[in-house]
Design a protein around this ligand. Structure first.
Ligand code: PLP
Length: 449
């Protein structure tokens, strides 16, 4: 029996990344309130949010300081734009704060409303950069299969998700995709280290195939998030760095998930010792409390775009929206002053990863992996051969449903289960998460007999 709200939703609400027909038959779960690492639905069920919403509620739910920051800014200056040589105090202060935390060679921030808009901004910035450098033929982008960079036309094209490309004739021209560093699925007989080198070298092969003179940039997530928390083997990034140093192409690091503490550093560029030319940010920037994203621009790129570029004919009505900027600034200041990122690195992430490894012993788990405050398990029917539970790709959905019935949100990604909890999760809450995950795995195993 569906409630009035569910019926209204079915009649009028067309929802993202959902089969809206099936959704209407079941009626959506209605989320009503949240606190800390928990949220509640309209039926009074309580869930431990193992995904921090969509990888974004880094600071946890219910921080009144963020509500106060929004209210104060709403009253003082609810809106003004950043076009045509104006700024607002929160937008400027936020840019300066982000620059103070970013790698030292990155000192400017361009604001957008989301991660997707930020990657579309990267697309335009890279092409503008090479035009200004007198190399307009450097237009191509190299990305990776199974990457996620957003849902707008350029961002979805930069992404490597086949199921997205199938809809709307994507990718657009000028984007090619190389192999991903997904050892568990694609590593075959190679060791992770050997496979990491091989996967990285597909970048060099593609550069040589297309010609350095035609390539504008390489874009990558430090670890693939939506693709299944795919953490590259230890050899991957050093080899990519070697290749990037050899060729004159820009490097875009998409830190929409990894930024603002998720790896235990402010940015994964620091975790993996990378030197990107552009960093994409969103999500944890405001802990998801309000929409905001952006691009952190290196001095190298800024010098060309700003010193030589004149007007940059790009921007959004809500670029650096003052209320969003004030909320984001308050969020980052709290993450900083309360030592939340440091605590992730020193204490809670090592604890989560140590306990997560216990899941590797489970009969239907082929691998347990993680980094900082993200982790994944691979569901299998056979631990040795890595054959999946039958039918393939459906195991995650079964496991997710058991998790939900146990009051835990874990996300399925084919046969992979992933987590990315709020950074404020305590050791006690981690124990609860692991206990619920173990119970869920037992139930999933029993389901398959
Ligand atoms: N880039 C990455 C790595 C993401 O994970 C996402 C969203 O999940 C995006 C970009 C797109 O961000 P948004 O949904 O804010 O447009």
């Amino acid at each position: 029996m569906q409630t009035e709200l569910q019926k209204k939703n079915n009649a009028h609400h067309f929802q993202p990344f959902s089969d809206n027909k099936t959704l209407a038959e079941k009626g959506p779960r209605v989320i009503t309130k949240a606190e800390g690492v928990y949220f509640y639905d309209s039926e009074g069920n309580k869930f431990l949010d193992g995904m921090a919403g969509l990888w974004c509620v880094n600071i946890g739910y219910g921080r009144k300081e963020l509500a106060d920051a929004a209210q104060q800014q709403m009253s003082e200056l609810p809106y003004y734009n950043l076009f045509f040589q104006t700024t607002t105090t929160p937008a400027t202060e936020l840019a300066a704060k982000i620059a103070s935390l970013a790698p030292v060679h990155m000192n400017k921030v361009f604001f957008t409303g989301s991660g997707s808009e930020a990657n579309d901004t990267n697309f335009r910035m890279v092409r503008r950069y090479w035009d200004l450098k007198g190399k307009p033929e450097k237009k191509m982008f190299i990305s990776r299969k199974n990457a996620y960079h957003g849902s707008t036309v350029a961002a979805a094209s930069l992404g490597g998700m086949g199921y997205m490309h199938e809809q709307g004739d994507l990718p657009i021209d000028g984007i090619v995709h190389i192999d991903q560093p997904y050892w568990f699925v694609e590593g075959g007989d190679l060791t992770p280290e050997e496979f990491g080198i091989k996967a990285a070298q597909s970048l060099e092969e593609k550069i040589l195939e297309i010609g350095e003179e035609n390539i504008g940039a390489f874009i990558a997530e430090p670890f693939q998030g939506a693709g299944g928390v795919i953490i590259p083997p230890s050899t991957y990034w050093p080899e990519i760095k070697r290749i990037l140093a050899k060729y004159d192409i820009l490097f875009i690091l998409d830190e929409v998930i990894s930024g603002f503490g998720r790896t235990g550093e402010w940015f994964a560029a620091q975790t993996f010792d990378l030197k990107p030319d552009l960093i994409t940010i969103a999500k944890g920037l405001s802990s998801g409390y309000i929409p905001i994203g952006g691009v952190i621009v290196s001095d190298k790129v800024a010098e060309v775009l700003i010193e030589e570029g004149g007007d940059f004919n790009h921007g959004f009505t809500y670029s650096g929206h003052p209320v969003a900027a004030n909320v984001a600034l308050t969020n980052i200041n709290l993450l900083d002053s309360e030592g939340i990122v440091d605590q992730v690195k020193a204490k809670t992430a090592p604890y989560l990863q140590q306990r997560w490894q216990e899941l590797a012993d489970h009969p239907i788990v082929g691998e347990a992996r993680g980094l900082g405050m993200v982790a994944a398990i691979e569901l299998v029917g056979n631990k040795i051969t890595r054959e999946r539970l039958e039918p393939e790709t459906k195991g995650g959905g079964v496991c997710r449903d058991y998790a939900v019935s146990n009051g835990l949100v874990m996300r399925p990604c084919g046969d992979t289960m992933i987590i990315s909890p709020p950074l404020v999760i305590s050791e006690k809450e981690i124990d609860e998460l692991i206990a619920k995950a173990k119970l869920t795995l037992d139930q999933t195993a029993a389901h398959y007999g």
